[in-house]
Design a protein around this ligand. Structure first.
Ligand SMILES: Cc1cc2nc3c(=O)[nH]c(=O)nc-3n(C[C@H](O)[C@H](O)[C@H](O)COP(=O)(O)OP(=O)(O)OC[C@H]3O[C@@H](n4cnc5c(N)ncnc54)[C@H](O)[C@@H]3O)c2cc1C
Length: 432
Protein backbone atom coordinates (compact mmCIF):
# COMPACT_ATOMS: atom_id res chain seq x y z
CA UNK A 1 0.00 0.00 0.00
CA UNK A 2 1.33 3.49 -0.74
CA UNK A 3 0.12 6.56 1.16
CA UNK A 4 0.75 10.13 0.10
CA UNK A 5 1.58 11.46 3.57
CA UNK A 6 4.15 14.21 3.11
CA UNK A 7 4.05 17.64 1.60
CA UNK A 8 6.90 20.05 0.86
CA UNK A 9 6.59 23.58 2.26
CA UNK A 10 8.95 26.54 2.50
CA UNK A 11 8.83 29.75 4.45
CA UNK A 12 7.46 32.71 2.55
CA UNK A 13 10.12 35.39 2.34
CA UNK A 14 7.98 38.19 3.73
CA UNK A 15 5.97 36.32 6.27
CA UNK A 16 3.86 38.77 8.24
CA UNK A 17 3.77 38.43 12.03
CA UNK A 18 0.61 37.14 13.61
CA UNK A 19 -1.30 40.33 14.53
CA UNK A 20 -3.80 40.28 17.37
CA UNK A 21 -6.06 43.09 18.58
CA UNK A 22 -7.48 42.96 22.07
CA UNK A 23 -8.67 45.10 24.98
CA UNK A 24 -5.90 44.18 27.39
CA UNK A 25 -2.45 42.71 26.87
CA UNK A 26 -0.76 41.28 29.96
CA UNK A 27 2.96 40.54 29.84
CA UNK A 28 4.02 37.98 32.41
CA UNK A 29 1.93 35.14 33.79
CA UNK A 30 3.19 34.95 37.38
CA UNK A 31 0.93 35.46 40.37
CA UNK A 32 0.29 39.07 39.35
CA UNK A 33 -0.12 38.65 35.59
CA UNK A 34 -2.25 35.51 35.80
CA UNK A 35 -4.55 37.19 38.33
CA UNK A 36 -4.83 40.25 36.06
CA UNK A 37 -5.63 38.16 32.99
CA UNK A 38 -8.14 35.88 34.73
CA UNK A 39 -9.98 38.77 36.40
CA UNK A 40 -10.04 40.85 33.21
CA UNK A 41 -11.29 37.89 31.19
CA UNK A 42 -14.05 37.32 33.71
CA UNK A 43 -15.00 40.99 33.42
CA UNK A 44 -15.55 40.40 29.72
CA UNK A 45 -12.39 42.01 28.37
CA UNK A 46 -10.69 40.42 25.41
CA UNK A 47 -7.33 39.53 26.94
CA UNK A 48 -4.01 38.31 25.54
CA UNK A 49 -1.45 36.99 28.02
CA UNK A 50 2.16 36.70 26.84
CA UNK A 51 4.94 34.92 28.65
CA UNK A 52 8.48 34.08 27.65
CA UNK A 53 8.40 30.82 29.62
CA UNK A 54 6.97 27.62 28.15
CA UNK A 55 4.27 27.47 30.83
CA UNK A 56 2.17 29.90 32.84
CA UNK A 57 2.59 30.65 36.53
CA UNK A 58 5.90 32.53 36.61
CA UNK A 59 7.89 31.94 39.75
CA UNK A 60 4.83 30.60 41.59
CA UNK A 61 5.02 27.43 39.51
CA UNK A 62 8.55 27.50 38.07
CA UNK A 63 10.89 28.53 40.86
CA UNK A 64 9.86 26.00 43.54
CA UNK A 65 8.56 28.64 45.92
CA UNK A 66 5.73 26.35 47.12
CA UNK A 67 4.45 28.61 49.91
CA UNK A 68 2.10 31.58 49.65
CA UNK A 69 2.94 34.50 51.90
CA UNK A 70 1.03 37.72 52.42
CA UNK A 71 -2.44 36.16 52.20
CA UNK A 72 -3.23 36.64 55.90
CA UNK A 73 -3.05 39.31 58.61
CA UNK A 74 -0.72 38.99 61.59
CA UNK A 75 -1.84 38.16 65.10
CA UNK A 76 -3.19 35.31 67.17
CA UNK A 77 -6.05 34.70 64.72
CA UNK A 78 -4.87 35.71 61.25
CA UNK A 79 -7.57 36.55 58.72
CA UNK A 80 -7.52 36.38 54.96
CA UNK A 81 -6.68 39.77 53.42
CA UNK A 82 -7.15 39.06 49.71
CA UNK A 83 -10.31 37.50 48.35
CA UNK A 84 -11.61 36.61 44.89
CA UNK A 85 -9.01 34.65 42.98
CA UNK A 86 -6.81 34.21 46.07
CA UNK A 87 -9.74 32.83 48.06
CA UNK A 88 -10.70 30.50 45.19
CA UNK A 89 -7.17 29.12 45.00
CA UNK A 90 -7.19 28.43 48.74
CA UNK A 91 -10.63 26.81 48.53
CA UNK A 92 -9.94 24.65 45.48
CA UNK A 93 -6.42 23.58 46.37
CA UNK A 94 -7.41 22.75 49.93
CA UNK A 95 -10.29 20.64 48.59
CA UNK A 96 -7.85 18.88 46.25
CA UNK A 97 -5.52 18.07 49.16
CA UNK A 98 -2.84 20.23 47.52
CA UNK A 99 -2.57 22.92 50.18
CA UNK A 100 -1.64 22.97 53.85
CA UNK A 101 -1.69 25.77 56.42
CA UNK A 102 1.56 26.52 58.19
CA UNK A 103 0.35 28.29 61.32
CA UNK A 104 2.29 30.43 63.74
CA UNK A 105 5.40 31.20 61.68
CA UNK A 106 5.82 35.00 61.59
CA UNK A 107 2.50 35.15 63.57
CA UNK A 108 0.56 34.65 60.37
CA UNK A 109 -0.60 31.79 58.16
CA UNK A 110 1.65 30.71 55.32
CA UNK A 111 0.11 28.34 52.80
CA UNK A 112 2.04 25.40 51.41
CA UNK A 113 0.83 24.52 47.91
CA UNK A 114 1.67 21.84 45.35
CA UNK A 115 2.94 23.84 42.38
CA UNK A 116 1.81 21.26 39.81
CA UNK A 117 -1.76 21.62 41.04
CA UNK A 118 -1.48 25.41 41.06
CA UNK A 119 -0.20 25.27 37.49
CA UNK A 120 -3.30 23.37 36.38
CA UNK A 121 -5.57 25.68 38.37
CA UNK A 122 -4.16 28.72 36.59
CA UNK A 123 -4.38 27.06 33.17
CA UNK A 124 -8.02 26.09 33.73
CA UNK A 125 -8.95 29.51 35.11
CA UNK A 126 -7.34 31.28 32.13
CA UNK A 127 -9.17 28.98 29.72
CA UNK A 128 -12.50 29.49 31.49
CA UNK A 129 -11.97 33.26 31.34
CA UNK A 130 -11.36 33.05 27.55
CA UNK A 131 -7.87 34.49 27.86
CA UNK A 132 -5.71 33.95 24.78
CA UNK A 133 -2.42 32.68 26.19
CA UNK A 134 0.81 32.77 24.20
CA UNK A 135 3.66 31.05 26.00
CA UNK A 136 7.32 30.87 24.93
CA UNK A 137 6.76 34.41 23.66
CA UNK A 138 9.65 36.68 24.57
CA UNK A 139 9.00 40.37 24.30
CA UNK A 140 11.16 41.83 21.55
CA UNK A 141 9.99 45.40 21.05
CA UNK A 142 7.33 47.85 22.11
CA UNK A 143 5.78 50.49 19.87
CA UNK A 144 4.65 53.78 21.35
CA UNK A 145 2.37 56.47 19.97
CA UNK A 146 3.07 59.50 22.14
CA UNK A 147 2.10 58.69 25.70
CA UNK A 148 0.38 55.46 24.76
CA UNK A 149 1.76 51.98 24.21
CA UNK A 150 0.41 50.96 20.81
CA UNK A 151 1.64 47.37 20.52
CA UNK A 152 4.14 44.84 21.72
CA UNK A 153 6.01 42.33 19.57
CA UNK A 154 7.11 38.97 20.86
CA UNK A 155 9.15 36.20 19.31
CA UNK A 156 8.07 32.58 19.54
CA UNK A 157 9.50 29.41 18.00
CA UNK A 158 6.71 29.59 15.49
CA UNK A 159 7.06 33.17 14.38
CA UNK A 160 6.55 36.69 15.59
CA UNK A 161 3.40 37.98 17.29
CA UNK A 162 2.26 41.59 17.45
CA UNK A 163 -0.39 42.44 20.03
CA UNK A 164 -2.25 45.76 19.87
CA UNK A 165 -4.35 46.65 22.89
CA UNK A 166 -6.09 49.53 24.63
CA UNK A 167 -4.22 48.86 27.89
CA UNK A 168 -1.11 46.92 28.88
CA UNK A 169 -0.11 45.30 32.17
CA UNK A 170 3.60 44.95 32.85
CA UNK A 171 3.67 41.90 35.13
CA UNK A 172 7.07 40.77 33.89
CA UNK A 173 8.74 41.21 37.28
CA UNK A 174 11.62 43.05 35.60
CA UNK A 175 9.55 45.88 34.05
CA UNK A 176 10.45 44.39 30.66
CA UNK A 177 7.61 46.15 28.89
CA UNK A 178 8.43 49.59 30.27
CA UNK A 179 12.14 49.00 29.60
CA UNK A 180 11.62 48.01 25.96
CA UNK A 181 9.26 50.95 25.50
CA UNK A 182 12.13 53.25 26.45
CA UNK A 183 10.24 54.52 29.49
CA UNK A 184 11.93 55.32 32.79
CA UNK A 185 12.56 52.36 35.04
CA UNK A 186 14.45 52.01 38.32
CA UNK A 187 17.08 49.64 39.66
CA UNK A 188 18.83 49.33 43.01
CA UNK A 189 21.35 52.19 43.18
CA UNK A 190 24.10 50.46 45.10
CA UNK A 191 22.68 47.38 46.77
CA UNK A 192 22.58 43.88 45.37
CA UNK A 193 19.21 42.27 45.99
CA UNK A 194 19.75 38.54 45.92
CA UNK A 195 17.53 35.88 44.48
CA UNK A 196 17.64 32.21 45.45
CA UNK A 197 18.03 28.92 43.67
CA UNK A 198 15.53 26.59 45.29
CA UNK A 199 15.47 22.86 44.75
CA UNK A 200 13.74 19.65 45.75
CA UNK A 201 15.64 16.89 47.50
CA UNK A 202 14.00 13.47 47.36
CA UNK A 203 14.52 10.27 49.36
CA UNK A 204 14.83 12.04 52.72
CA UNK A 205 14.28 9.99 55.87
CA UNK A 206 11.74 12.40 57.30
CA UNK A 207 11.44 10.56 60.62
CA UNK A 208 15.21 10.79 61.08
CA UNK A 209 15.08 14.47 60.20
CA UNK A 210 12.38 15.09 62.82
CA UNK A 211 14.38 13.08 65.37
CA UNK A 212 17.39 15.30 64.65
CA UNK A 213 15.33 18.42 65.39
CA UNK A 214 13.76 19.08 61.96
CA UNK A 215 14.08 22.31 60.04
CA UNK A 216 14.90 24.33 63.18
CA UNK A 217 17.96 22.17 63.87
CA UNK A 218 19.11 22.64 60.28
CA UNK A 219 18.71 26.40 60.59
CA UNK A 220 20.85 26.48 63.73
CA UNK A 221 23.50 24.27 62.14
CA UNK A 222 23.63 26.46 59.04
CA UNK A 223 24.22 29.54 61.17
CA UNK A 224 27.00 27.77 63.02
CA UNK A 225 28.73 26.03 60.14
CA UNK A 226 27.79 27.64 56.80
CA UNK A 227 31.20 29.26 56.43
CA UNK A 228 32.97 25.88 56.94
CA UNK A 229 31.13 24.52 53.91
CA UNK A 230 31.60 27.60 51.74
CA UNK A 231 27.88 28.40 51.81
CA UNK A 232 27.12 32.00 50.86
CA UNK A 233 23.90 32.15 52.85
CA UNK A 234 23.91 31.60 56.61
CA UNK A 235 20.22 31.87 57.50
CA UNK A 236 18.75 29.34 55.13
CA UNK A 237 15.90 26.91 55.65
CA UNK A 238 14.48 23.63 54.43
CA UNK A 239 10.88 22.61 54.47
CA UNK A 240 9.47 19.06 54.38
CA UNK A 241 6.77 18.80 51.72
CA UNK A 242 3.73 17.37 53.52
CA UNK A 243 3.11 13.65 53.08
CA UNK A 244 6.28 13.02 51.09
CA UNK A 245 9.96 12.13 51.42
CA UNK A 246 10.83 15.42 49.74
CA UNK A 247 12.35 18.56 51.16
CA UNK A 248 12.33 22.02 49.63
CA UNK A 249 15.77 23.55 50.03
CA UNK A 250 15.95 27.36 50.17
CA UNK A 251 19.58 27.85 51.17
CA UNK A 252 21.19 29.98 48.48
CA UNK A 253 21.64 33.61 47.55
CA UNK A 254 22.40 34.38 43.93
CA UNK A 255 22.97 37.70 42.22
CA UNK A 256 20.33 38.22 39.50
CA UNK A 257 21.85 40.47 36.84
CA UNK A 258 19.88 41.72 33.85
CA UNK A 259 22.34 41.00 31.07
CA UNK A 260 22.38 37.87 28.89
CA UNK A 261 25.71 36.45 30.02
CA UNK A 262 25.24 37.35 33.66
CA UNK A 263 21.75 35.90 33.72
CA UNK A 264 23.05 32.65 32.26
CA UNK A 265 25.93 32.48 34.75
CA UNK A 266 23.34 32.98 37.49
CA UNK A 267 21.74 29.65 36.58
CA UNK A 268 24.98 27.71 36.94
CA UNK A 269 25.93 29.60 40.09
CA UNK A 270 22.55 28.72 41.59
CA UNK A 271 23.00 25.04 40.81
CA UNK A 272 26.50 25.06 42.30
CA UNK A 273 25.28 26.75 45.47
CA UNK A 274 22.46 24.24 45.79
CA UNK A 275 24.91 21.36 45.36
CA UNK A 276 27.05 22.79 48.17
CA UNK A 277 23.99 23.19 50.39
CA UNK A 278 23.06 19.57 49.69
CA UNK A 279 26.59 18.41 50.54
CA UNK A 280 26.22 20.27 53.83
CA UNK A 281 22.91 18.52 54.57
CA UNK A 282 24.37 15.11 53.77
CA UNK A 283 27.45 15.66 55.90
CA UNK A 284 25.69 17.23 58.88
CA UNK A 285 22.49 15.17 58.87
CA UNK A 286 23.55 11.82 57.37
CA UNK A 287 20.65 9.84 58.89
CA UNK A 288 18.14 12.09 57.18
CA UNK A 289 19.91 12.93 53.90
CA UNK A 290 22.36 10.04 53.46
CA UNK A 291 20.26 8.31 50.80
CA UNK A 292 18.67 11.43 49.36
CA UNK A 293 19.31 12.96 45.94
CA UNK A 294 18.67 16.35 44.36
CA UNK A 295 15.52 15.73 42.36
CA UNK A 296 15.02 19.09 40.71
CA UNK A 297 16.56 22.53 40.41
CA UNK A 298 13.87 25.20 40.04
CA UNK A 299 14.17 28.18 37.75
CA UNK A 300 16.37 30.74 39.47
CA UNK A 301 14.20 32.69 41.92
CA UNK A 302 14.43 36.43 41.24
CA UNK A 303 13.29 38.97 43.83
CA UNK A 304 13.87 42.64 42.96
CA UNK A 305 15.68 43.73 39.82
CA UNK A 306 14.05 46.55 37.88
CA UNK A 307 10.74 48.29 38.33
CA UNK A 308 8.73 51.08 36.78
CA UNK A 309 8.91 54.80 37.46
CA UNK A 310 5.39 55.22 38.73
CA UNK A 311 3.27 58.19 39.66
CA UNK A 312 4.05 57.56 43.32
CA UNK A 313 6.83 55.66 45.01
CA UNK A 314 5.59 53.54 47.90
CA UNK A 315 8.06 54.22 50.71
CA UNK A 316 9.19 52.18 53.67
CA UNK A 317 7.70 54.91 55.88
CA UNK A 318 4.31 54.31 54.23
CA UNK A 319 4.69 50.61 54.87
CA UNK A 320 5.73 51.00 58.49
CA UNK A 321 2.94 53.54 59.15
CA UNK A 322 0.31 51.51 57.26
CA UNK A 323 -0.63 54.64 55.30
CA UNK A 324 -4.23 54.29 54.05
CA UNK A 325 -4.02 55.95 50.66
CA UNK A 326 -7.15 57.39 49.05
CA UNK A 327 -6.26 55.29 46.03
CA UNK A 328 -5.22 52.10 47.88
CA UNK A 329 -5.91 49.01 45.76
CA UNK A 330 -4.17 46.16 47.62
CA UNK A 331 -3.02 45.40 51.15
CA UNK A 332 -0.87 42.98 53.07
CA UNK A 333 0.79 42.48 56.41
CA UNK A 334 3.96 40.68 55.35
CA UNK A 335 7.13 42.04 56.93
CA UNK A 336 9.99 43.83 55.26
CA UNK A 337 12.13 41.04 53.81
CA UNK A 338 15.09 42.48 51.97
CA UNK A 339 17.70 40.06 50.68
CA UNK A 340 20.45 42.65 50.38
CA UNK A 341 23.25 40.63 51.98
CA UNK A 342 24.66 37.35 50.79
CA UNK A 343 24.75 35.85 54.28
CA UNK A 344 21.58 37.00 56.03
CA UNK A 345 18.14 38.43 55.27
CA UNK A 346 16.96 41.77 56.64
CA UNK A 347 13.59 40.98 58.28
CA UNK A 348 11.36 43.50 60.01
CA UNK A 349 8.05 42.15 61.26
CA UNK A 350 5.06 44.26 62.29
CA UNK A 351 2.85 44.31 65.36
CA UNK A 352 -0.39 42.34 65.45
CA UNK A 353 -3.12 43.94 63.36
CA UNK A 354 -0.72 45.94 61.17
CA UNK A 355 -1.71 46.24 57.52
CA UNK A 356 -0.07 48.26 54.76
CA UNK A 357 -1.40 49.30 51.39
CA UNK A 358 -0.38 49.65 47.74
CA UNK A 359 -1.61 52.85 46.07
CA UNK A 360 -2.90 52.75 42.51
CA UNK A 361 -0.40 55.46 41.53
CA UNK A 362 2.52 53.13 42.35
CA UNK A 363 1.24 50.81 39.65
CA UNK A 364 0.71 53.47 36.98
CA UNK A 365 3.66 54.36 34.82
CA UNK A 366 4.49 58.06 35.11
CA UNK A 367 5.11 58.49 31.39
CA UNK A 368 2.49 56.33 29.69
CA UNK A 369 -1.29 56.63 29.82
CA UNK A 370 -2.19 53.00 29.24
CA UNK A 371 0.53 51.09 31.09
CA UNK A 372 0.07 49.64 34.55
CA UNK A 373 2.48 47.42 36.46
CA UNK A 374 1.48 44.64 38.83
CA UNK A 375 3.55 42.41 41.09
CA UNK A 376 7.21 42.81 41.84
CA UNK A 377 7.83 45.64 39.37
CA UNK A 378 5.59 48.37 40.81
CA UNK A 379 7.18 51.58 42.06
CA UNK A 380 8.38 51.21 45.64
CA UNK A 381 11.65 51.80 47.41
CA UNK A 382 13.80 48.74 48.07
CA UNK A 383 12.49 48.04 51.57
CA UNK A 384 8.86 48.79 50.72
CA UNK A 385 8.96 46.57 47.63
CA UNK A 386 10.38 43.73 49.68
CA UNK A 387 7.19 43.75 51.78
CA UNK A 388 4.64 43.83 48.94
CA UNK A 389 6.21 41.49 46.38
CA UNK A 390 4.99 38.28 48.04
CA UNK A 391 2.22 36.46 46.27
CA UNK A 392 -0.83 37.58 48.27
CA UNK A 393 -0.43 41.26 47.34
CA UNK A 394 0.83 40.30 43.85
CA UNK A 395 -2.55 38.64 43.20
CA UNK A 396 -4.39 41.62 44.68
CA UNK A 397 -2.44 44.00 42.43
CA UNK A 398 -3.22 41.88 39.38
CA UNK A 399 -6.92 41.98 40.17
CA UNK A 400 -6.72 45.76 40.68
CA UNK A 401 -5.01 46.18 37.29
CA UNK A 402 -7.81 44.21 35.62
CA UNK A 403 -10.53 46.39 37.14
CA UNK A 404 -8.64 49.54 36.24
CA UNK A 405 -8.41 48.40 32.61
CA UNK A 406 -12.11 47.58 32.63
CA UNK A 407 -13.00 51.01 33.99
CA UNK A 408 -10.62 52.78 31.59
CA UNK A 409 -11.58 50.75 28.49
CA UNK A 410 -10.16 52.94 25.70
CA UNK A 411 -9.28 55.91 27.93
CA UNK A 412 -6.24 56.69 30.08
CA UNK A 413 -5.69 54.55 33.16
CA UNK A 414 -4.80 57.62 35.20
CA UNK A 415 -8.30 59.00 34.59
CA UNK A 416 -9.95 56.03 36.29
CA UNK A 417 -12.04 57.18 39.23
CA UNK A 418 -10.19 55.94 42.33
CA UNK A 419 -13.41 55.69 44.34
CA UNK A 420 -15.04 53.52 41.68
CA UNK A 421 -11.95 51.31 41.55
CA UNK A 422 -11.80 51.00 45.32
CA UNK A 423 -15.50 50.18 45.36
CA UNK A 424 -14.83 47.17 43.17
CA UNK A 425 -11.91 46.11 45.37
CA UNK A 426 -13.69 46.73 48.66
CA UNK A 427 -13.22 43.23 50.10
CA UNK A 428 -9.51 43.22 49.30
CA UNK A 429 -9.24 46.55 51.12
CA UNK A 430 -11.31 45.50 54.12
CA UNK A 431 -13.91 48.21 53.50
CA UNK A 432 -16.99 46.12 52.76
C1 LIG B 1 13.51 32.27 46.16
C2 LIG B 1 12.27 33.04 46.39
C3 LIG B 1 11.43 32.64 47.42
C4 LIG B 1 10.24 33.30 47.62
N1 LIG B 1 9.42 32.86 48.60
C5 LIG B 1 8.15 33.32 48.63
C6 LIG B 1 7.18 32.68 49.45
O1 LIG B 1 7.47 31.74 50.16
N2 LIG B 1 5.91 33.14 49.39
C7 LIG B 1 5.55 34.20 48.60
O2 LIG B 1 4.37 34.56 48.57
N3 LIG B 1 6.46 34.84 47.84
C8 LIG B 1 7.74 34.40 47.83
N4 LIG B 1 8.67 35.01 47.03
C9 LIG B 1 8.28 36.20 46.24
C10 LIG B 1 7.40 35.83 45.09
O3 LIG B 1 7.61 34.52 44.68
C11 LIG B 1 7.59 36.73 43.87
O4 LIG B 1 7.89 38.04 44.21
C12 LIG B 1 6.30 36.71 43.07
O5 LIG B 1 6.05 35.36 42.69
C13 LIG B 1 6.39 37.63 41.89
O6 LIG B 1 5.27 37.45 41.05
P1 LIG B 1 5.15 38.30 39.73
O7 LIG B 1 3.89 37.85 39.09
O8 LIG B 1 5.30 39.74 40.05
O9 LIG B 1 6.42 37.93 38.86
P2 LIG B 1 7.01 36.51 38.32
O10 LIG B 1 6.42 35.34 39.02
O11 LIG B 1 8.48 36.69 38.34
O12 LIG B 1 6.47 36.47 36.83
C14 LIG B 1 7.00 37.25 35.80
C15 LIG B 1 6.70 36.55 34.48
O13 LIG B 1 7.06 37.42 33.42
C16 LIG B 1 7.70 36.68 32.40
N5 LIG B 1 8.61 37.57 31.69
C17 LIG B 1 9.63 38.29 32.20
N6 LIG B 1 10.25 38.98 31.24
C18 LIG B 1 9.61 38.68 30.10
C19 LIG B 1 9.80 39.08 28.73
N7 LIG B 1 10.78 39.93 28.40
N8 LIG B 1 8.98 38.57 27.79
C20 LIG B 1 7.98 37.72 28.14
N9 LIG B 1 7.75 37.30 29.40
C21 LIG B 1 8.56 37.79 30.37
C22 LIG B 1 8.44 35.58 33.14
O14 LIG B 1 8.66 34.46 32.30
C23 LIG B 1 7.49 35.27 34.29
O15 LIG B 1 6.61 34.20 34.01
C24 LIG B 1 9.89 34.40 46.82
C25 LIG B 1 10.75 34.81 45.79
C26 LIG B 1 11.93 34.14 45.58
C27 LIG B 1 12.79 34.58 44.47
Amino acid sequence: MSVDNTTVVSRRASREPLAIDCDLCVVGSGAAGSAAAIEAGRLGLDVVLLDGAPQVGGQATGAIIDTFCGFYSIGPQPELLTFGIAEEIVRDMTAAGAMARIEGRRRTIILYYRHTVLQRWIEDALTAANVRVITSALLRSVEREGVRIASVSAVTRFGEVVVRAHSFVDASGDAALAWLAGLSVQEPATETVYGSQNGIVRGVDVAALQAAGGGEAIKRRVVAKAADYGLDRHDAFVYVLPGSDQVLVNMTHIATPLDPLGASRMVVDGHRQLDRAFAFLQAEFPEAFGKATIDRYGQPGVRQTRWIKGRYQLSVDDVRAGTRFDDAVARCAWGIELHNRADVVHWEGFPDGHVHYVPYRSMLHAEADNLIAAGRCIDADLLALSSVRVMGPCIAMGVAAAHAADLARTGPLAAVDAAALRGRLARNLGIS
